[in-house]
Design a protein around this ligand. Sequence first.
Ligand code: NIG
Ligand code: FE
Length: 392
Amino acid sequence: MTDLLITNIGELTTNVDVPGNPCGTITDGALLIRDGRVAWVGRADDAPGVEDTATEVVDAGGRAALPGFVDSHTHLVFGGDRADEFEARMAGVPYAAGGIRRTVAATRAASDEELRARLTGLVAELHAQGTTTFEVKTGYDLTVDGEARLARLAAEVTPEVTFLGAHVVPAEFEDDRDAYVDLVVGPMLDAVRPHARWIDAFCETGAFTPAETARILRAGTSAGLTPRVHGNQLGPGEGVRLAVELGAASVDHCTYLSADDIAALADSDTVATLLPGVEFSTRHPYPDARRLIDAGVTVALASDCNPGTSFTSSMPLMIALAVREMGMTVAEAVWAATAGGARALRRTDVGHLGVGARADALILNAPTRTHLAYRPGVPLVHEVYRGGVRQS
Ligand code: NIG
Ligand code: FE
């Protein structure tokens, strides 16, 4: 593979932590990519010579570059559409987790080809908007074979597959929720396990109780999966406390937090993943990112792309919302959408552009990363490199 030197980068965000410069920003930077990894990074003036004819040189024309986005929370495998619920919410109807069952019915009715077509279409959207690493959850079938099918399809597009059998109790188990939890921790876990890396549960009124969540996540851990939690989305609750107690990689949503929740997070390795697309689309208040960051909590931003609460695949939109609505600086929001997502997925090879990182980089049609928030809704992605390969 030919070496690639990307030079004349006006503002290069590396996320290589330098005291006083947590985004590792380099003005007039350059990146040398070899065998799909970052081989050198620094000021363009100091870049290694390129007399070697095997080095391809890309002139970024003074544009900004940053690590590809790491979207650590999506639900991309599903059938159907719930635009009607969105419309009703905008007219004042509150969000209820029960809507998940509508997507479950549509997903069960869809063929593999239909689900795959939807999934690959959404993945193309993610890529076009600069996301180079993403997680995908199951959770819209809720039968043993069906959840295994969703995990298998998800594994075709990402290694970051999450088993979310505990999304809601399906209608057929309405009167016997214990039997459903037995199914999740037994045959469903066995069937999904070969395709998954993570286990998740929706710990919320209307979904799963703290005791059920703990049982499910412990079973997943015993089976070799690592826990993550949907918690504190619709109201205060035990999700955060449980996530920290069980050593979850991340607790996601974190919209309604107590002072104790924040202290517990600050004292843990659990990332708080904020999903502002949900608040945009449900009219709940945005999570208080400022308070979390000031308390020392590691914050990630993710899209939560799903048909119910956040049908967007746009990480630039998450950055714009975080800056406009959640008290984050641009640097914090960009870090949270790249390095923060990598932490939430416990990945050290992505989310930064230090030497040895996977060469996942994004060149913006803008001079600085600030434009991601300053120009909301504008497609600013000029070029995307994944593993050092330019995407068309
Ligand atoms: O992350 N919170 C639970 N699950 C999704 C919503 C799913 C749906 O409404 O279909 C979420 O917001
Ligand atoms: Fe979610």
